[in-house]
Write a protein that binds this ligand. Structure first.
Ligand code: GDP
Ligand code: MG
Length: 445
């Protein structure tokens, strides 16, 4: 994986969201900071990072997840989209007869990339030829010939000729029938006027459909101004970033190029001629973030605990209030204590208390309880203490049950309440639950 370090830190950040019991402002703030740090370490421009994380934060805090999507998934989707956004667009070489010029400074990977592109385009059944227009480096012609041999591509060049334009004209004549002509050019140590003069002249003569600027990704953000300079000189059609394999600054290079609006077409990921990847921002970011892994993490988290519901129930319990209505809602939601039991499972020692026999409700009893509660008034559900014998009689009659059944429900209710009180009275357990719920001590009355 290219950008290993960036990838790892971003994955760690996403895991925090995927594993979070509850996606709230605190976790979003924390994750946004993690992402910020990760991008800056990969040399992405500070302003770009700040701008992007602001949008990220705003979206994560205000946008509602679409139906069927959990808030975890939604936040992760937003992070994915915003990182894709800073990497811009992509383009592919169309597989037709054309000329491709490779431009760039010294040592950026132009000649190697010529071989890589040939290998790639061979797969599409195209006939390819190279023209060696680098007249500045003594061994440039030989290097291209070597690479040509490896990928079985003919090379036109003349190591004694000092005018690149003459080589180009002769080469174009010789390779009239080939599908794709890849023109390798000279570099310089820096953005010198003589280089631009030379490539402008070659560009005019070659009338190339593609003019790729080849840049070494280890230059990081410097890739931005370089792309702009080459674009002004010869209207580049795309960028190929090489050495993404060894570069911690690749994120900086990618985002800086994206800002110039020149599409990144390929990335070089090693010295071998097979080490070329078509650059597609979504696919790239998807791999960078390990979206497949994250997705399964989320699924696991969601199937084991319906945490948000559970927490709502638990928060209410933590406030020390348990009404019959709460109990009713929980009967509705799941069996027995449902969500609350799931919260309890997160806390060692507590779930065993709840699973003791008298806390278990049979399906039959649960149904009966629900019917009984349906015959209660709002006030009674909210304040069960109101239910004295005359009311018990009325409720039993209304629900077609017996006073004994109603008393049993009240007994169950009081037992649950006591169990919860007892639990909340235990400092250690309370702390644990509050930590789980990210509440502070004052919440508990
Ligand atoms: P040019 O001067 O622009 O033609 O650059 P070259 O093609 O001669 O490449 C310069 C050096 O970079 C060579 O040693 C290549 O093997 C190496 N190189 C090119 N592309 C990559 C890449 O994607 N990854 C790595 N690790 N090395 C590369
Ligand atoms: Mg070269």
């Amino acid at each position: 994986m290219v950008l290993d370090k960036l990838s790892q830190s971003l994955r760690d950040a996403l895991k925090k969201v995927a594993n979070a019991a509850y996606v709230d402002k605190r976790i979003i703030d924390e994750v946004v900071k993690d992402i910020q740090r990760a991008l800056l370490q990969s040399d992405v421009n500070v302003n770009l990072v700040v701008g992007m994380t602001k949008i990220l934060e705003r979206r994560a805090l205000t946008e509602k997840p679409p139906p069927g999507m959990s808030s975890r998934e939604h936040v992760i989707r937003i992070i994915f989209e915003e990182i894709v956004n800073i990497l811009g667009s992509s383009r592919e070489i169309s597989p037709r007869k054309q000329r491709i010029m490779l431009l760039g400074l010294y040592g950026q990977g132009k000649t190697t990339t010529a071989g890589k592109l040939a290998k790639e385009l061979h797969k599409k059944g195209l006939k390819i030829a190279f023209i060696a227009c680098d007249v500045h480096r003594p061994a440039a012609y030989d290097q291209l010939v070597q690479i040509g041999k490896k990928v079985n591509v003919p090379v036109y060049g003349d190591p004694k000729e000092t005018h690149a334009i003459k080589i180009l004209r002769r080469g174009l004549k010789q390779f009239r029938d080939e599908d794709i002509i890849i023109i390798d050019t000279s570099g310089r140590h820096s953005l010198e006027e003589s280089l631009f003069k030379e490539i402008k002249e070659l560009s005019k003569e070659a009338k190339a459909e593609e003019k790729f600027l080849v840049m070494d990704a280890t230059i990081g953000q410097q890739a931005g101004p370089q792309a702009r300079a080459f674009n002004e000189a010869v209207d580049i059609t795309g960028v190929i970033l090489t050495k993404m394999d060894g570069s911690a600054k690749g994120g900086g290079a990618l985002s800086a190029v994206a800002e110039t609006e020149a599409p990144i077409c390929y990335i070089g990921t090693g010295e071998h001629l097979g080490d070329l990847e078509r650059f597609d921002p979504s696919r790239f970011v998807s791999r960078l973030l390990g979206m497949g892994d994250i997705q399964s993490l989320i699924e696991k988290a969601e199937e084991t605990i319906d945490v948000e519901k559970a927490e709502e129930a638990a928060r209410k319990l933590m406030s020390g209030r348990l009404t019959l209505r709460d109990m009713y809602n929980q009967l509705e939601m799941l069996e027995g204590f449902g969500p609350f039991q799931k919260v309890a499972q997160m806390i060692p020692g507590f779930s065993s208390k709840l699973s003791s026999d008298d806390m278990q409700l049979s399906q039959e009893r649960m149904n009966r309880f629900k019917i009984i509660m349906d015959s209660m008034t709002e006030a009674e559900l909210e304040e069960p203490k109101l239910i004295k014998s005359s009311r018990i009689l009325r409720i039993a009659r209304g629900s077609g049950t017996t006073p004994k059944d109603v008393r049993e429900l009240l007994k169950q209710y009081n037992m649950s309440k006591k169990a919860i009180k007892g639990f909340l009275g235990n400092r250690k357990m309370r702390r644990q639950l509050m930590k789980q719920l990210k509440m502070d001590d004052t919440t508990f009355g």
